[in-house]
Design a protein around this ligand. Structure first.
Ligand SMILES: *Cc1c(COP(=O)(O)O)cnc(C)c1O
Length: 225
């Protein structure tokens, strides 16, 4: 049973956890890394607690869940920055361009063209990151490391504003070498943003120069319901 007391303590838990992580990230990174709250599978009440705490950067994996979370909330909090961090299907490009402030998962020339066309149609030009399959895993999204240059060229010729790279290292390996490689690639290609690091490895990612760590579990706790 959720009585008022359990609701209040759940609320305090999340607020304090957020505060602690913000402080940890700020001191480890000298203010160079931002905390993204990954909102997938979270109830709206938790998102509201973070909004009231002052969190502005949120990530979503699925367009449909993002609409359910944010369509009513976003106009009330104009400072929110919403990033898509999950795969983008062609039939979701229109709602994605309408809702998100950054698409972090560009990984094919086809998607670059679809995004460019839709941004022109909506007259809404949002930055994109290229997702890199940094561990060269068969089942993972993202373009291969040696495809970054060609994809960047195509995306820019379509008029897209590509500002960063995003990656998820292979789960089985130590992440640090992958983080260092992604940071080098960001620098080689003259980009600004380096979206890497999740709950289990965000400290390693910050040491390697992450500009955005994407945190779910370590921020919200494990869902029990
Ligand atoms: C779920 C997810 C995260 C957050 O994962 P945690 O381990 O819960 O912090 C970060 N990035 C992406 C792309 C995700 O899908």
């Amino acid at each position: 049973m959720m009585n008022e007391k359990t609701v209040n303590s759940a609320c305090e838990y999340l607020h304090h956890n957020w505060r602690r992580l913000q402080d940890d990230i700020a001191s480890l990174s000298n203010g160079r890394t931002r905390l993204m709250a990954v909102a997938k599978n979270q109830p709206i009440d938790s998102l509201k607690i973070l909004l009231e705490s002052g969190q502005t950067l949120f990530g979503e994996n699925r367009v449909q869940e993002a609409q359910a979370h944010w369509q009513a909330l976003k106009p009330l909090y104009p400072q929110i920055r919403l990033h898509l961090i999950g795969p983008l299907q062609r039939n979701k490009v229109r709602p994605a361009v309408a809702l998100f402030d950054v698409i972090e998962t560009l990984d094919t020339p086809q998607l670059a063209r679809a995004l460019a066309t839709e941004m022109k149609a909506q007259n809404r030009f949002i930055p994109v990151f290229i997702q890199v399959n940094i561990g060269n895993e068969t089942q993972k999204s993202g373009c291969a490391v040696d495809e970054i240059g060609p994809l960047l060229k195509i995306a820019r010729s379509e008029g897209l504003d590509v500002t960063g790279l995003m990656a998820i290292p292979p789960a089985a390996d130590a992440p640090k070498p992958y983080f260092e490689q992604l940071k080098r690639l960001v620098q080689i290609h003259g980009l600004a943003e380096c979206s890497m690091g999740m709950s289990a490895d965000y400290r390693d990612a910050i040491e390697s120069g992450s500009t955005i760590v994407r945190l779910g579990t370590v921020l919200f706790g494990h869902r029990t319901d």
